[in-house]
Design a protein around this ligand. Sequence first.
Ligand code: SF4
Length: 421
Amino acid sequence: MNRLLYAGRNGRLQEHRSLQAAARSGWDVGVADRLIPLPAGTSLVHLPGRIPVGQSAAGATVAVEESGAMALAAVLPPGYLRTWLPAYQDDGQPPVLPLYGYAAVASIDGEPHVAAMRTDRWNAWNPQAEGRRDIDAAIRSGRRALPASRLLRQLETCATDYRCLTAQNLFLRRGEGAIPVSPACNAACLGCISEQWGDVDSPQTRLGFAPTAAEIAELAGWHLSAGESNFVSYGQGCEGEPLTRGAALVDATRRIRAAAPKATIHVNTNGSRPDVLRRLVDAGLNSVRISVFSLDDTRFRAYYRPVGYGLDQVAECASVVAATGGQVTINLLTFPGISDSPSELDALVSFVQRYGVHQVQLRSLNVDPHWLLERIPQPTRGIGMRKFVRHLSERCPDLHLGNFTRPWPAIERKPAWASSK
Ligand code: SF4
């Protein structure tokens, strides 16, 4: 039996005697379907200033009247996708919620459950994996190996205070290693975690300097030399937009490729500068992940607040990498009720088919739900996130869905004399 789960006046979890749990999809409130037990690593969080709402037996949406009652949500570990947002009523003018991916919860047979689905089972990204407990020793050893690296200092904070798994990988010298490269950005995303503009604090401190090509190449080379399956990624949560680094990043990429001919050199980007991406690909980059909140121009602009670029440049970025046989992936910042609207699904399917996208990474957008909805024009209606995922995979049978970037074979290059014939 699905029951509303909320926090009572004392902050403790409580199951409502009669109301079913309600959940939100964009501008609509309904009842969440197919909830799952809380995966290991899930956090249950209070939503201050928000009154929990449930559904009565007659189907009405009803606010809990108990004084001091507070709505709850779950924040999922990597590898899980939120399928419904929490439903609540704002109590006056509540504080804007910090940047997390809030998911609806309910009590089923007396146990807390969450509206989510598993999207990637790659255990290397398990935050609780045993090897990750050795991070302090790994950081000490990194300091000894690269004592002058400013980038390594930055990543210490990411690996410990922010528990960034990609930064941890760099110290543990395995898998995808984070290489932050840019302090600047040409967008102002509503959900940016390294810079905010007033309503809410950004949870991470942005890189405060522009590393040189030599610094970038030194750190990347150190990571790549530790294992053949290791790879490096520019464009992390603690920085701005890597494509704004232009010449320095091209130079760094050329050095990295010369030292590691087979390695995956990947960039996470907002897709704003196809000219720079083309030069990076020429220098040896072979994999890209482009951030997509919406492929509708109005919603795209409302979310990214881009400066000097638009969806044409985003598409061109995908095309530049696809044309050379590189890996093209999308970081889909999902929000139930928007991402799963039929027009967004159609646009995504067209994009995937047109540019031969290899993988869509399904992420839960980290943002205060009501705050975001107030800033998105033209309300949409979703078909349900589970149905959206099913339709996307049926309509794009060759597309991989998941959460994490995979390595990709380096692009074979013809020698200059061969292409001139
Ligand atoms: S593109 Fe990235 S760094 Fe720039 S504002 Fe958006 S989230 Fe922040």
